[in-house]
Design a protein around this ligand. Structure first.
Ligand SMILES: Cc1cc2nc3c(=O)[nH]c(=O)nc-3n(C[C@H](O)[C@H](O)[C@H](O)COP(=O)(O)O)c2cc1C
Length: 188
């Protein structure tokens, strides 16, 4: 066997980078989050792990709603900045064109190709973090990010984060069709 043991603390996952938006004391704020995943189909729940001291957490707790804005590669510098500084000290919202949707006081970023409005389904305090279960209520995009009516990752060009090395990446080529190419190995 040629396997070697590698550091476990830095997860090997590659994740899309999102900007989580919330209103805090009437002001929009955004923070960089990569610890995010979809959890269920119906209701459509997405889970986020956010440090309990983050400014954004207060807005999510107070308003019981927030946004998830998927960043694209061309937003890498501004997105990284939102993960380096706190809304307690600086106004990060002034970096972006901020808009509001159906849930009204949930700030979203026009420059992001995908914007999701969530209500809080549940919050679990866990080892110094707030694990936030958000129920997706509305998802917004633009015609230019669709091909034949379907969101197209090549057009969205999402910003990805890799913990090993602390690097941002872009997606590569489409490899095949999910729930499909494996069928060729099914026994008749
Ligand atoms: C690449 C990257 C990913 C991050 N992912 C998370 C995350 O998943 N959860 C979290 O709590 N903080 C994460 N952070 C840190 C917060 O974005 C950062 O502490 C931010 O300044 C908090 O802003 P706020 O105080 O305005 O809420 C990340 C930062 C970077 C640069």
């Amino acid at each position: 066997m040629s396997k070697i043991e590698v550091e476990t603390r830095i997860g090997p996952f590659i994740k899309p980078v999102v900007l989580v938006g919330a209103m805090i004391d009437g002001q929009p704020n955004f923070m960089n989050v990569v610890w995010l995943t979809r959890l269920t189909f119906t209701p459509n729940i997405w889970g986020l792990s956010i440090g309990e001291t983050k400014h954004t957490v207060r807005g999510i707790r107070d308003n019981k709603k927030f946004s998830i804005n998927i960043a694209s590669v061309d937003m890498a510098t501004k997105t990284d900045y939102c993960g380096l500084v706190s809304g307690r000290e600086v106004n990060k919202a002034e970096l972006f064109d901020v808009f509001y949707g159906e849930l009204e006081d949930v700030p979203m970023i026009s420059e992001c190709p995908i914007n999701v409005e969530c209500t809080v389904y549940q919050i679990v305090e866990f080892l110094g973090r707030e694990v936030i279960f958000g129920e997706v209520k509305h998802l917004y995009s633009e015609e230019k990010y669709l091909t034949d009516g379907v969101l197209d990752q090549a057009k969205i060009n999402p910003l990805l984060y890799s913990a090993p090395g602390n690097h941002y990446w872009a997606i590569g080529d489409r490899v095949g069709d999910a729930f499909s190419i494996g069928k060729s190995l099914k026994k008749p």
